[in-house]
Ligand binder design. Sequence first.
Ligand code: PLP
Length: 400
Amino acid sequence: MPGFADRLNGIAISASAAMTDKATALKAEGIRVISLSSGEPDFPTPPHVVEAAVEAARGGDTKYPPQSGKHALKKAVQNKFLRENNLDYALDEILIANGGKQIIFDAIMATCNTGDEVVLPTPYWISYADQARLAGASVVQVPCKAENGFSLRAEDLDRAITERTKWVILNFPNNPSGACCSRADMEAIAAVLLKYPDVWIMTDDIYEHLVYDDFKFCTIAEVEPRLKDRVLTVNGVSKAYAMTGWRVGYCGGPKNLVAAMNNMQGQSTSGINTIAQAAAVAALEGPQDFLKDRAREYQTRRDLVVDLLNAIPNIYCHKPQGAFYVYADIGACMNKVSAAGRVIATDTDFVMGLLEEQQVATVQGTAYGMSPFFRISYATDVETLREGCDRIAKFVGGLK
Ligand code: PLP
């Protein structure tokens, strides 16, 4: 049989996608599964955004776009960075890609050589690690402990950086922990990064608009302008505008880095879908008020899920200030046996048991580099969340 590339060795398929697939297969058998694994808003894409796409398609905006993005979208991104983040990027410092995921892929592939290190505050979104490995780099974890609210301590970051460090990747609000980074903490992190002029800094701000309790989001290039010439500010429309399927991500960064990323993208996908670009312009330039309404709704759901989980003996759940995830500690459930006789030795055993015995889909902490935890996405309606937590309580209550 023909073989496969060595670079795929050790690259797993996304655990949340795998769990969503399992849940879908069970649903296809007619089983009622509660899906709390998927990282996507349950809200619809706003109608004015859909309308802009229809108009673009009808109007003939259907030809190859410029590789780095259409002028109108790059202008909209430029305005967004200025308006919301106080960041001034020239148009040749902006790149549009197929989702934030491709922006990150372009950046890592365009910069990492074998033996380089990518520093990841942990827990982290799994794709950073797998993309780094695909590029031949290795991952250096910096634990962000639950007892510190999963926040990144500047001194821990400092200890992790070596002469092989190519990137430090920041992601606050964080997937999976929901942790946010205050301005004071960001200043301390920036002070560390100023000491290492040969390190690129990526900030993945995709959950920027999903913050609660009046938390004020900040991003590192704005907090410390002296870092701006080595910061890549990554964002996208997926989470804020409920546009996961449109596949539009963008970034602002130094011109030479963005040019290298554009070169990388030119040999894979070229410029992205024109109709999705028109939709993204409408999202970024249109009304923004509904973002706050949606954030309020997420905050209500967060409060519900945190309260329900903390009422379950042997689960402890920190209350996060952003994103739409909770990352609950299940250390006290380890080495117990489920009602169906499954030994719970790891968080993977826990989520598999929960799926098979109570039909609730969640994601194991192992997928995010910190165990034993499990991630729940609360981007779903209150009734489903209540039933999900009820079933989790039954599963945990049955552990002996
Ligand atoms: N960054 C983080 C932290 C995410 O959780 C995700 C999606 O789950 C992405 C980036 C990618 O988003 P997209 O490619 O849809 O823009």
